[in-house]
Design a protein around this ligand. Structure first.
Ligand code: 5AD
Ligand code: FES
Length: 350
């Protein structure tokens, strides 16, 4: 197993058989984390980037089987933030040292392209030293282009699973894996720093699917990869499925760090939800980003895409300080920076 990890470390790749062995292995996790951490430190030192997450709407027209804000969930109390709400989140975030704002929401038709562009350009003109990230789901090429021209720098859209059959098991039939992938290539083509990713341990996922996820990401070459454990939500068709495991999630983070040395890799809130020190372990396994919540506390609980989501009662400042403490306890520190993707051109980095 050490040989496979060393091969990944030196060549940034391994074949499918080797990846399968590694993903299904046990007992070599610490060696894997150490190798991933050393690459992470080579490019990013002990810096951890923060992104201020603003959950702008929990209305969603889609019905993904795993997600708590799916349209058919009648128990979800719906809200959307106004432009003023969003700008005031940015204001307090800026004072706390955030230099990236992520506007995330369900696919909510209220937020027309015109409204989105207006908010994006306002944020960019008030905070020209900040990056704006959007995470608003599948849109047309023209819409993505309009947001980009309004000043959006980055876009997050997880591919969820690269395997088409698996995709159809996680989504109703009006959602198409080909369209999801097209959106991601459109975003790249426009010039966004594109973020993709997948859930670890989602229902019906196999090791082969995880390998396909890696292969898809190698083709896409995203600037960011967001992964986190699947966590069941009580009001979804997947309420009876088991949560993804911490160990597999950490292992995937390390493998991704080895294959994508400079990629922006968050230790996600979902990871912090399945284990109290999940985010610290994620950083130690190679992650270099955390995404504290800047949404107004009164709406936090309502953006519940999975059960028991953490940080729903804390103010932005509390989360920032909490994370600062958590990061310094493991020898890392949160930095005031946009935290842009480092593009590399060589293929062998050592
Ligand atoms: N468990 C874990 N992650 C989830 N997401 C949505 N629902 C869940 C869940 N039940 C993830 C999806 C989505 C991102 C915003 O949150 O991967 O892309
Ligand atoms: Fe939110 Fe710790 S990060 S309370």
């Amino acid at each position: 197993m050490k040989k496979i990890i060393d091969k990944l470390f030196c060549t940034r790749d391994a074949d499918d058989v080797e990846l399968k062995e590694l993903i299904e292995s046990s007992g070599y996790d610490n060696y894997l984390y150490e190798q991933a951490e050393s690459i992470r430190k080579k490019y990013y030192g002990t810096d951890v980037y923060i992104r201020g997450l603003i959950e702008i709407s929990n209305y969603c027209k889609n019905n993904c089987y795993y997600c708590g804000i799916r349209a058919s969930n009648i128990n979800a109390d719906r809200y959307r933030l106004s432009k003023d709400d969003i700008l005031s989140c940015c204001k307090s975030g800026y004072q706390l040292g955030f230099r990236t704002f992520v506007m995330q929401g369900g696919e909510d038709n209220y937020f027309t392209d015109e409204i989105i562009c207006d908010i994006v350009s306002s944020i960019k003109s008030m905070y020209p030293d900040c990056a704006v990230t959007l995470s608003l789901g599948e849109k047309s090429y023209e819409s993505y282009l309009a947001y980009y021209n309004a000043g959006a720098d980055r876009y997050l859209l997880r591919h969820e699973t690269a395997n088409d059959d698996h995709y159809r098991k996680l989504h109703p039939e009006n959602l198409h894996p080909e369209n999801r992938k097209k959106c991601l290539f459109d975003l790249n083509r426009i010039g966004y720093q594109t973020g993709s990713g997948f859930m670890v341990g989602s229902p019906f996922q196999t090791t082969e699917n995880l390998i396909e996820d890696i292969r898809f990401l190698q083709e896409l070459q995203p600037a960011m990869i967001g992964i986190g454990p699947f966590i069941s939500h009580k009001d979804t068709p997947f309420k009876q499925y088991t949560n993804g495991s911490l160990e597999l999630c950490l292992k995937m983070l390390s493998i991704l760090r080895l294959i994508f040395p400079t990629v922006l890799l968050p230790a996600t809130t979902a990871l912090g939800t399945i284990s109290d020190n999940g985010r610290e372990l994620g950083i130690k396994a190679g992650a270099n980003v955390v995404m504290p919540n800047l949404s107004p506390v009164k709406y936090r609980k309502l953006y519940e895409i999975y059960d028991n989501k953490i940080c729903t009662g804390e103010e932005a400042a509390e989360c920032k300080f909490c994370l600062q403490k958590r990061m310094s306890s493991i020898g890392y520190n949160i930095v005031v920076s946009r935290g842009d993707f480092i593009k590399t051109t060589t293929t062998n980095f050592n």
